[in-house]
Design a protein around this ligand. Structure first.
Ligand SMILES: [Zn+2]
Ligand SMILES: [Zn+2]
Length: 137
């Protein structure tokens, strides 16, 4: 069962908490407020009602203190043997795994990422979105 696998935060190595929003299960960091989204989950998050998104944002506050420093070097993917690379998603840099197509968002990046996905064709499939974001910039 997949729930037995703990995912560690890309930025601060804390064990991520799970939260479910209308059937969309996401992994979020209680310490730094980062968010891990598996393949296609950013597209599903963009379709959540505003109330659910606001609830999710409220969970992404992390502990007081400065937000994590953006990753300059390549970090290993928390869920597969791949590595993360920075890609532009709208106005934000996100850490993207080309192997499993997961995305890590730092605290405060969710809103811009969701806006970027919403700005695209609403019928765009998750696969098309990850292809698009991996080629932007
Ligand atoms: Zn963290
Ligand atoms: Zn991966």
């Amino acid at each position: 069962m997949p729930d037995a696998t703990n995912i560690c935060c890309v930025k601060c190595n804390s064990i991520l908490d799970k939260a479910t929003f209308q059937g969309l299960e996401v992994d979020l960091c209680p310490k730094c407020g980062g968010l891990w989204l598996d393949r296609g989950e950013i597209a599903r998050a963009a379709k959540l009602p505003e109330k659910e998104l606001a609830h999710l944002r409220n969970l992404l506050t992390g502990q007081p203190g400065p937000p994590p420093i953006p990753t300059e070097s390549i970090a290993p993917c928390p869920v597969c043997p791949g590595s993360l690379a920075e890609v532009m998603l709208g106005a934000v840099h996100v850490d993207y795994c080309g192997k499993c197509q997961g995305i890590f968002l730092d605290r405060g990046e969710l809103e811009a990422a969701v806006d970027a996905v919403r700005a695209r064709d609403r019928n765009t499939t998750p696969e098309e979105i990850v292809i698009a974001i991996s080629t932007v910039g």
